[in-house]
Design a protein around this ligand. Structure first.
Ligand code: 9MG
Length: 277
């Protein structure tokens, strides 16, 4: 799996669409319907047909207020599904986890990316990843899912997140993880108020200064729901608009629930930006 930052102007590269597959009983937007393996495989097939190039599998809910999940439970949700997908489909698989044991087993079973909302700050994560060679998404989160939306505070949300990324890049480098394996994600909705989330979206291009691929995950999030006063199943238009705004500012990967609609929207953007109709 490669996600490169090319010499092309960002608007000429079509971002990769990462389809979300939550295999948790309490996911905020798909309500646990993919915790059954056959449903999950059917959803993967559909997302691939719709144009997803990466599938992000998550066995721990990271929604605000979510409870911790044991290693055993997370492994039992993620690993059999990962094996089943790998034996049937040719698609890159990202594993959304913050646990070193899950990372290690997932990589052994062929995971192509580790997506860590805790940016490898948990015990042994740096060590496990240093022994491998796959890309890692480092996401910014203030606080922890249980409490993160209580009262998020920043001096300046953009500079504070940039400074967090600088620290994590140094921590990775010291542990033996080279910078060219890293993907950065400011973590929309993770310890950010509505205003802070929209400041991040408006200034997303600033994170290009690291010269690393960028991931944006805004799909169906409460920043869309609060702005538009819509329930989770009525957030498609808002999610597509946000995806396009992030793509225009250099996002290389867009993490979404609605793959087909996002791919279509990105194709329109790309046609206009590259003058290729
Ligand atoms: C797991 N997960 C939920 N939201 C996410 C986001 O915005 N980015 C990344 N990398 N992972 C996320």
């Amino acid at each position: 799996m490669t996600v490169s930052v090319t010499n092309k102007a960002p608007e000429l590269c079509m971002p990769k669409v990462m389809g979300i597959l939550n295999v948790t009983p309490d996911s905020f937007s798909d309500g646990g319907q993919f915790s059954n393996i056959n449903n999950a495989l059917a959803q993967v097939e559909k997302m691939i047909e719709d144009g997803a190039l990466i599938i992000d599998i998550g066995g721990e809910s990271t929604r605000p207020g979510a409870k911790d999940v044991s290693v055993t439970d997370e492994l039992s949700r993620v690993i059999p599904l990962l094996k089943a997908i790998k034996s049937r489909f040719k698609v890159d698989i990202s594993i959304d986890t913050s646990k070193a044991e899950v990372m290690a087993q997932a990589i052994e079973q062929g995971a192509d990316i580790i997506n860590d909302v805790r940016a490898l700050q948990n015990k042994n994560c740096l060590k496990v990843l240093a022994q491998t060679n796959i890309p890692i998404c480092l996401m910014h989160m203030q606080g922890l899912p249980r409490t993160m939306q209580a009262e998020p505070k920043y001096d300046d949300v953009i500079s504070d997140i940039k400074s967090f990324f600088r620290q994590r890049i140094i921590a990775c480098d010291s542990a033996g993880i080279s910078k060219d394996r890293l993907i950065l994600d400011p973590g929309f909705g993770f310890g950010k108020s509505l205003v802070q989330n929209f400041q991040l979206l408006a200034n997303f291009s600033q994170f290009q200064s690291f010269g690393l691929p960028l991931l944006a995950g805004i799909s169906r999030k409460s920043m869309i729901g609060k702005l538009l006063n819509t329930e989770v199943d009525q957030r498609l238009a808002g999610s597509l608009s946000a995806a396009i705004i992030a793509a225009q500012q250099g996002a290389n990967i867009i993490r979404v629930h609605d793959v087909k609609e996002t791919v279509d929207a990105l194709r329109v953007l790309q046609a206009v930006n590259s003058n290729n109709f």
